[in-house]
Design a protein around this ligand. Structure first.
Ligand code: ADP
Ligand code: MG
Length: 255
């Protein structure tokens, strides 16, 4: 089971969109995929058509509970399950404050699912707090979505510092899965400049595929569908499908 955290403490950079659509295409490729939402906003669940508002079988209940029954819920996609979040999760930080193992709660819980999935994608909240630390501690690798905007690289030093801190103290094996450029608008020179800067900075760690700005990607969640269902011919769909294949082929090389 490979665990990938999708992290960037900036909001609105495409973490959730990437989690849902990468997850859907990995599932289409026959991988058994679990999406774990650890953002109290709960967008991954609602984007896949779940009604999360009153749910009592969320990530929060699993993390703080002791019941070992799998909390993974089916979605409308074969091979794709999810542990959704909702606002209840915002209590987690306070609940575990005095717990010496507070950084390992998710990692310990995930052990019970080790035989059930090939990929776990963790959709992180827009912060570097205890939830993101739990994700980075539980993960084999971190995928960093970067929006092709002027401030793309801002805050990245902080994220990389946290990743290094987790590596030294909590999870020595944590790798960078890749840096993904998102919301690329080919009409602006700025976006192309950002792509160039990010490639210069991160070299081979940047995926060749760039996710274009595509309105279909922003519409799909309101229909509770991944882009592979909502509009498989769209530019956004083709890009996420390419990303899934790229990610899979890199695993084969690594094995
Ligand atoms: P995050 O999870 O990092 O906060 P989201 O994935 O929720 O970011 O994306 C923020 C907003 O931008 C959402 O409304 C989403 O639908 C939209 N969006 C994400 N990626 C794209 C894209 N490539 N093209 C157009 N809209 C996008
Ligand atoms: Mg999100």
């Amino acid at each position: 089971m490979k665990v990938v955290a999708l992290a960037n403490q900036k909001g609105g950079v495409g973490k959730t969109t990437t989690t849902i659509n990468l997850g859907a295409y990995l599932a289409n490729e026959g991988q058994r995929v679990l999406i774990i939402d650890i953002d109290p906003q709960g967008n991954a669940g609602s984007g896949l058509g779940l009604n999360i508002a009153e749910a009592k079988n969320t990530i929060y209940h699993w993390l703080i509970g002791t019941d070992d029954t799998s909390p993974a819920q089916p979605t409308n996609q074969p091979n794709l399950k999810i542990i959704p979040a909702n606002i209840d999760l915002s209590g987690f930080e306070i609940d575990v404050r005095d717990n010496a193992n507070r950084d390992f709660v998710l990692k310990d819980r995930l052990k019970t699912l080790a035989n059930d999935f090939d990929f776990v994608l963790i959709d992180c909240p827009p912060s570097l707090g205890i939830l993101t630390i739990n994700a980075l501690t539980a993960a084999n690798s971190v995928l960093i979505p970067l929006q092709c905007e002027y401030f793309a690289l801002e805050g990245l030093t902080q994220l990389l510092r946290i990743i290094n801190l987790v590596r030294t103290k909590l999870n020595t094996a944590l790798e960078i899965e890749g840096v993904l450029l998102t919301m690329f608008d080919a009409r602006t020179r700025l976006a192309s400049q950002v792509v160039q800067d990010v490639r210069e900075h991160f070299k081979k760690q940047v995926y060749d595929v760039i996710i274009p700005r595509n309105v279909k990607l922003s519409e799909a969640p309101s229909f509770g569908q991944p882009i592979s269902v909502y509009d498989p011919q769209s530019t956004g769909a083709i890009a996420y499908k390419t990303l899934a294949k790229d990610l899979l082929s890199r695993q084969k090389v690594a094995v």
